[in-house]
Ligand binder design. Structure first.
Ligand code: AOS
Ligand code: ZN
Ligand code: ZN
Length: 387
């Protein structure tokens, strides 16, 4: 039997990066609803991320998005964040909002558009030097809507060339992580639709290029934990964008739609060394809170990841290995399910308290008066939205 005490050191070093855009208003193409207390500046988004860390001890860094988090002085933004106890993390590039990118960016057929998109990424690398960020995360909206619209092959070659130029601009400690997504906003094909394409592209670049796996970016029914295992096995799992989905890229709270899937993913992470000291895997959230409050939404999210990580770590390895060795199919399955059905919440509450954190971070935050204070203070100015 695996004890909670034995898994506590691993839980202690768990770090989940928060996306700055989760604190802004977001919605669907039908309506973006506002929420009282929504940040109006990059600083206010970072302050909200720091609150999530203060109550949970789980979120020591916040990912930026350029240009959504554009400021005059990124060094000052870094000092501001560090003063609040958080670091600036992954820089996310954006080549999907300018008119110039109507037909793509790094994979565009026109060299002038590719130039503009490459330069944007090189500027992101400069920003990372000021913010102290390690990772440049690239998600591309590139693709086509109709068969025949453009050459699939040529676009892939253009993408490879563009990425090579960006990669050449990395400092030794910087990394490029390439995210894949099987559809949307392009519907016939996307230029980085799957882990295989991301893997092929980053492998051609070198050791500092890895794949980002967004849990919402697969066709329904995909065995995501298999992909996790394979990328870990190949040494190319750079980061996760955690969220959950019922239908497509829903960006809902991680672990909300399918906690068992999150457990299975984290079991493969544990098995593949993804939580070991020095692991290359960066754990991030990529979520939007359209109707729920944003800070509580992020608190719920990191706690969901922590709870499911604890369950994955509690799997009785000797018992599992023995069942597997004797081809005890149902026995092996039962070992996994026993861990999944373990309610770790009381043990986590005790453990949090022993580390000076609230037993129940959600209740503590809601009772703190902060939500009401932020709603009263953040009047005037323009509430930030996802786009
Ligand atoms: C888009 O679907 C992706 O999940 C990206 O990670 C995206 O860059 C992020 O949601 C913010 O731009
Ligand atoms: Zn994502
Ligand atoms: Zn997405």
């Amino acid at each position: 039997m695996t004890t909670f005490e034995s898994i506590a050191p691993t839980l202690e070093r768990q770090a989940i990066e928060l996306p700055s855009w989760a604190f802004g208003n977001s919605g669907t193409r039908f309506k973006v609803f506002g929420t009282p207390g929504t940040p109006r500046t990059a600083e206010e988004k970072i302050a909200d991320a720091a609150r999530v860390h203060e109550y949970t001890g789980l979120a020591p860094s916040v990912a930026l998005h350029i240009p959504w988090d554009e400021v005059d002085d990124f060094g000052a933004l870094r000092s501001y964040a560090e003063g609040l106890g958080v670091a600036l993390g992954t820089v996310n590039s954006n080549t999907f909002q300018d008119d110039a990118y109507k037909f793509g960016s790094l994979a565009h057929s026109d060299a002038a558009v590719r130039r503009k998109a490459i330069d944007h990424h090189l500027r992101c690398l400069d920003i990372m030097r000021e913010t102290g960020s390690r990772d440049l995360k690239i998600w591309l909206a590139d693709g086509t809507n109709y068969p025949g619209q453009d050459s699939l092959r040529q676009r892939q070659d253009h993408l490879a060339e563009s990425l090579a130029e960006i990669y050449a601009g990395l400092d030794p400690e910087q990394r490029l992580v390439l995210e894949y997504k099987f559809f949307e906003p392009a519907f016939y094909h996307t230029d980085v639709p799957d882990w295989g394409t991301s893997y092929a592209q980053v492998s051609a670049l070198g050791d500092q290029a890895l794949t980002c796996l967004d849990t919402g970016h697969h066709a329904p029914g995909t065995n995501i934990e298999f992909i996790v295992m394979q990328l870990l096995r190949l040494g190319k799992l750079g980061s996760f964008d955690f969220n959950s989905r019922f239908y497509a890229d829903d960006d809902l709270i991680v672990g909300a739609a399918d906690p068992f899937q999150l457990f299975r993913i984290l079991f493969e992470v544990v098995d593949g060394g993804g939580l070991d000291v020095g692991s290359p895997v960066q754990f991030m959230l990529d979520q939007c809170h359209n109707v729920e409050d944003k800070i509580p939404g992020q608190i719920r999210s990191v706690l969901n990841v922590q709870e499911m990580t604890a369950r994955a770590l509690l799997v009785d390895r000797p018992a599992l290995d023995a069942a597997r060795a004797s081809h005890d199919v149902l026995g092996a399955n039962a070992v996994l399910m026993d861990a999944f059905y373990t309610d770790v919440r009381p043990a986590l509450a005790d453990w949090r308290e022993s580390r000076g954190l609230p037993r129940d971070p959600m209740a503590a935050y809601l009772a703190s008066g902060t939500p009401e204070r932020l709603a009263a203070e953040r009047v005037g100015g323009k509430q930030l939205s996802w786009t």
